[in-house]
Design a binder for this molecule. Structure first.
Ligand code: 9J3
Ligand code: ZN
Length: 306
């Protein structure tokens, strides 16, 4: 649903404008020559967490990124606190550690319903853990605890633990799993990003959340209608938080259960921007995306500040 904005949009302040530093031509040439000589890559990243090439619209919409992806099955019998799952990870070992996310399915569903996000996001440079829950009937608060248990297993015990940066973690989920992603963020403010996909929760107030959150709703959702789920979730998040609301156009409750370019490109941009601090992705989030054939509505706080 579209709503009239209640407040004027925030404008960019001087704080966020890039600074120009004057240097003499000779020193610029000298610095350039030294950099070319001493730094192996063409462009040495200022941000130690950025992974992969500079993004383009084509690269964020692509069905795969540049990293080859490995897969590891985690048996429910080998873990506690969640129901096992599948880890999708970049096989590259020359690029250091990667940020990681855990993803929960919805009520009665298994990890198969969110599996498409595993290779899609891992191939862009994240370790992705799609989980099963202890019971398919677990409620959002339980799914939140299970997402955190899965992240703890991933960083502390799993076969890929050395590939993961345990300080750069996020959560996603579908429906009650999305409700669980909000619960996890509320419980653990150190999480760097949260993305509920057509989330469902009886709790409509999330003012406690300190994690940058992208709320994704679907205009045709009759199971978790945006008017009583995603919209109040988004609105109740602090106005000072980096947050966004993406309402998919011509979509339903189960749209996040199959490959979807709009979900993928904005989720990827959000995870890159806030888990990897990768400001190369800010261009896809701010200025706010316009309504289109796939976007019913997009709201958010621009420019992003964390
Ligand atoms: O996870 C979901 O799909 C939640 C929607 C639902 O069936 O809630 C009713 C209890
Ligand atoms: Zn609306």
């Amino acid at each position: 649903m579209r709503h009239l904005p209640l407040l004027p949009r925030r404008r960019a302040t001087a704080k966020f404008r890039s600074r120009t530093v004057r240097t003499g031509l000779a020193s610029t040439l000298l610095a350039g020559a030294l950099c070319t000589a001493l730094i192996p890559s063409a462009h040495a990243a200022d941000n130690p967490y950025e992974r992969g090439p500079a993004p383009t619209v084509a690269s964020i919409e692509a069905s795969r990124g540049t990293y080859a992806v490995g897969q590891a099955t985690v048996s429910s019998l080998s873990v506690s606190g969640f129901g096992g799952g599948t880890i999708y990870y970049p096989t590259a070992t020359a690029d250091g550690t990667f940020g990681a996310i855990a993803i929960s399915p919805g009520f009665t569903a298994s990890q198969s319903t969110i599996a498409w996000l595993g290779p899609r996001l891992a191939s862009q440079g994240f370790v992705v853990f799609t989980i099963d829950t202890n019971s398919r009937y677990d409620q959002p608060s339980s799914r939140g605890e299970q997402l955190l248990a899965a992240l703890d297993y991933l960083t502390g015990s799993s076969a890929v633990r050395t590939r993961v940066d345990s300080t750069r973690l996020g959560v996603m989920g579908h429906s009650m799993g999305g409700g669980g992603a909000l619960e996890a963020a509320k419980t653990r403010p150190s999480l760097q990003a949260a993305i509920p996909l057509t989330g469902w929760n009886t709790d409509k107030t999330w003012s406690e959340v300190r994690t940058p959150t992208l709320v994704v709703g679907a205009d045709g959702d009759t199971i978790a209608p945006v008017s009583s789920h995603s919209e109040p979730f988004y609105t109740s998040l602090p106005s000072t938080l980096d947050k966004a609301y993406l309402e998919l156009n011509g979509a339903t409750h189960t749209t996040p259960n199959t490959s979807n370019t709009t979900i993928a490109k904005y989720s990827l941009s959000w995870l890159k921007r806030f888990i990897d601090n990768d400001t190369r992705y800010e261009q896809f989030l701010c200025p706010l995306p316009r309504p289109s054939l796939t976007i019913e509505e997009y709201r958010g706080t621009c420019p992003h500040t964390s």
